[in-house]
Design a protein around this ligand. Structure first.
Ligand SMILES: *[C@@H]1O[C@H](CO)[C@@H](O)[C@H](O)[C@H]1NC(C)=O
Ligand SMILES: *[C@@H]1O[C@H](CO)[C@@H](O)[C@H](O)[C@H]1NC(C)=O
Length: 332
């Protein structure tokens, strides 16, 4: 008994000491830039090898790669555009196969195609299912892929988000792909508003009804550290704003035995925000219902964007120096 309880104590200690996230990384944006169409390399682009190399040197093990649904599939229900898929696929293969980094695929479409909501007569649920069936067919044998169903559904009934996202899950699983799927909610999938209802029925109530035959999904949430959580200003209200705003979603995840991935968070370059970011990242690593996070954002086309962590002249951005450097390498 004595030996056993000592052993249990050791096991318990070990498991809490290693209660860190599975995935830690960044968004590498650019494939989502411009309106559909646009000139490749001028209006939009996919991550560069040098950027992937830089983040590999920071020990990230996941990059989220945004792209536009309409570019990849110019005609609804039809084949993927081979040229465009080839561009995306080149960097996906480089990251996953050459560098061994997970790629989180992100149709950055706000639950819309050509501005029409999934579930409208122009964009039936089944079209979204077909889109994911096509994309998952391409990647079902690549174990380093994570399927992010959709970026930030908003301004629609939460019940419609559920039906749309279920169609996405069904499309992926119809290929027998088994990889992790990230499921967003309504209201830009904000963690702080997960249990609120100003946007319709709460995500907490509706999104619990998602069904995955492989039970390999996590909720996809976003949380910015600026005062209205919109990711548009460089100020942070307090050093604990991130963990404060994640508290209700975290409690909900624990109660319901679910997990989540924070696929967007961002903060300005100033001391209060650095403190808030360090606090947020410590919180995510300590609460194991959170399985991963990707910072918003890096990418070659940001210019002087307030949250950009794209290295300039090879040097780290201040957010990297003062917060991310310490945490991006913390993953299993
Ligand atoms: C396919 O993508 C290429 C490159 O973006 C583009 O030039 C071409 O027009 C697209 N094809 C269709 C049918 O949209
Ligand atoms: C998925 O697996 C089932 C059972 O093995 C098989 O019958 C089916 O053909 C597979 N589907 C695809 C698209 O590979």
């Amino acid at each position: 008994m004595r030996v056993l309880s000592l052993l249990l104590a050791v096991v318990t200690f070990t498991s809490s000491a290693t209660a860190i996230v599975r995935w830690a990384g960044v968004n590498e944006a650019g494939g989502d830039f411009g309106s559909k169409g646009g000139v490749y390399g001028t209006d939009y682009t996919y991550p560069t090898k040098s950027s992937v190399n830089y983040f590999a040197s920071k020990k990230v093990n996941v990059i989220r790669v945004p792209f536009l649904w309409e570019r990849l599939q110019p005609n609804l229900n039809q084949a993927l555009n081979a040229t465009e898929f080839g561009r995306l696929n080149a960097i996906v293969n480089y990251a996953t196969k050459t560098k061994g980094i997970y790629v989180l695929l992100d149709p950055h479409n706000y639950a819309r195609y050509n501005g029409q909501l999934i579930g409208s007569s122009a964009v039936p649920y089944n079209s979204f299912k077909k889109f994911w069936r096509l994309l998952a067919t391409k990647y079902k044998s690549n174990g380093k892929i994570i399927f992010g169903l959709m970026n930030e559904p908003n301004t629609m009934p939460t019940e419609q988000v559920l039906t749309a996202m279920q169609a996405g899950v069904d499309g992926i699983r119809s290929t027998n792909a088994t990889q992790l799927i990230l499921v967003p909610g309504n209201a830009w999938t904000g963690a702080h508003s997960w249990t609120q209802s100003w946007y319709g029925t709460s995500n907490a109530q509706v999104m619990l009804n998602i069904k995955d035959p492989h039970n390999n999904y996590a909720y996809d949430m976003h949380q910015y550290l600026d005062s209205d959580y919109s990711g548009t200003s460089s100020s942070c209200n307090s050093p604990t704003v991130g963990s404060d705003q994640l508290a209700t979603a975290t409690a909900w995840l624990k109660t319901n035995k679910k997990r989540a991935f924070l696929s967007e968070f961002g903060f300005g370059a100033n001391p209060t925000c650095y403190a808030a970011a360090n606090n947020l990242l410590a919180y995510l690593n300590a609460n194991h219902v959170w399985i991963g996070y990707t910072y918003w954002a890096s990418g070659p086309m940001w210019g002087n964007y307030i949250y950009s962590v794209e290295p300039k002249q090879g040097g780290d951005a201040p957010q990297m120096t003062h917060a991310l450097n310490k945490w991006l390498r913390k993953h299993k």
